[in-house]
Design a protein around this ligand. Structure first.
Ligand code: HAM
Length: 428
């Protein structure tokens, strides 16, 4: 019996990898324009890191983490997200002493034991972006506008929802008002919401049941409970978004699945992927660095894009944006003697930067022309026994179908230079 990949774990096959590379290159380019630098953090961390940041009473920590006890008896988890590991590294290496404001991004696999479905995997990839050291609302808008620009340059259309979750000062009173509201409706809401009204009341607002959602239409909204500082911050965030012409909708019932958020939160939403509508999400987490033992008063904000969801969207909306990689030249050497001659030549051409393919076994011309077609070769260089005897090769332009002979005399470097010159003058 053959062995298959685990449920919710997916191979990224060559055709799809093209889309991944295009997304990654586009995003990295934009991140560098905004002054971000890359940080790479481990996949395994102490379980406590996630419990202390994401929150003990969240779905992620309660039931979705891949956690195990290692051979030393320590509780270890595979990272379910990127923010906590990046902040752990930021604190551990004292990065704040190097630059007052750190702009960091990381890209890689995350792990959550969720029920797999379209756009939802157990191993998925995030481009996770964090800015530490500044709490100005203009930064919130700048970061959201950057997320918007990444999607725009990929040719993807989504909508943006924003909210503010307040701070330590104003959230407790809101929570109390919400708990009050929920206790009067316990028999009208689902069991999950009943349980959550105790453990993590804000999360009920995220319930997928339409029955519960009907009840919550009249629930108190956090935006009506913000303290003056948070209200001012949110209002400036909105004004700054308007200055950058980023269209947004305020959704006062948008809560996030992670407990560390304060003030601005946002989600980039699509209706093209069924239930998994968020292609990216994030927000401010001003207390998190201190919570993890770092500097007090170290504000932070960030977001993550879900790469699988971007790939799905790109496949649906704009797959033509990433051209197939083509081969510049296919070297068809026929027979052993010609293959021995072509072998080092191909290596030299590759060293010069050309994308070159060859058949290492010197198969028949017919077979090699098929291979050249499959590789979408722009040119084919044919080295047959007769050509070799004359000290020549035939160069075929696969677009115009024109052929010309090329002398093979001289050192391989000279042959290589002549070939490159001929090809470049012919290229459109
Ligand atoms: P999150 O909302 O849990 O936030 O995840 C961010 C994005 O990752 C989602 O919008 C979605 O596109 C993708 N994603 C999440 N779970 C899955 C899954 N099971 N399969 C496929 N894609 C998934 C965070 O993780 C925060 N750390 C974001 C952040 C960074 N906040 C501040 N900085």
């Amino acid at each position: 019996m053959t062995i298959q990949a685990l449920k919710g774990f997916k191979d990224i096959l060559p055709d799809e990898a093209r889309l991944w590379q295009h997304i990654e290159a586009t995003a990295r380019d934009i991140l560098h324009r905004f002054g971000f630098t890359e940080i790479r953090v481990p996949i395994l961390e102490k379980t406590e890191l996630f419990a202390r940041s994401i929150g003990e009473a969240t779905d992620i920590v309660e039931k979705e983490m891949y956690s195990f006890t290692d051979r030393n008896g320590d509780s270890i988890s595979m990272r379910p997200e990127g923010t906590a590991p990046v902040l752990r590294a930021f604190i551990e290496h004292g990065l704040q002493t190097r630059l007052p404001v750190q702009r960091l991004y990381t890209l890689g696999p995350m792990f959550r034991h969720e029920r797999p479905q379209k756009g939802r995997l157990r191993q998925f990839h995030q481009l996770s972006i964090e800015v530490l050291g500044l709490d100005h609302p203009r930064l919130d808008a700048e970061l959201i506008a950057m997320a918007w620009l990444i999607l725009e340059e990929l040719g993807l259309s989504t909508s943006l929802q924003i909210n503010s979750l307040g701070c330590q000062a104003c959230r407790p009173a809101y929570k109390a008002a919400l708990v009050d509201f929920l206790s009067s409706r316990q028999d009208l809401i689902c069991e999950d919401c009943q349980r959550r009204s105790q453990s993590n009341p804000l999360r009920v607002l995220d319930c997928k049941s339409s029955h519960c959602q009907e009840q919550y239409e009249t629930a108190p909204a956090i935006l009506d409970h913000l303290c003056p500082d948070c209200a001012g911050h949110f209002s400036q965030t909105k004004t700054s978004l308007e200055l950058l012409a980023v269209p947004y909708a305020v959704n006062p019932f948008m809560v996030r699945g992670l407990d560390y958020y304060t003030r601005t939160t946002f989600e980039l939403i699509t209706d093209a992927l069924g239930a998994q509508s968020a292609v990216g999400a994030g927000g401010r987490y001003d207390g998190l660095v201190a919570q993890l033992g770092g500097a007090k008063n170290m504000p932070g904000i960030g977001f993550a894009l879900g790469l699988e969801r971007l790939v799905l969207l790109l496949g649906q909306q704009n797959a033509d944006a990433c051209p197939e990689t083509t081969t510049d030249l296919f070297v068809a050497a026929l027979g052993e003697e010609a293959t021995v001659k072509a072998f080092p030549l191909v290596h030299l051409l590759r060293r010069q930067g050309l994308r070159v393919a060859m058949d290492l076994e010197g198969k028949s011309l017919k077979s090699q022309m098929k291979q050249a077609d499959r590789a979408c070769a722009r040119f084919v260089l044919i080295l047959g026994a007769e050509e070799l005897a004359r000290g020549e090769a035939v160069l075929r332009d696969m677009t115009s179908k024109e052929q010309q002979t090329l002398p093979l005399a001289g050192e391989p470097e000279a042959v290589c230079a002549r070939l490159i010159e001929t090809i470049t003058t012919k290229e459109p």
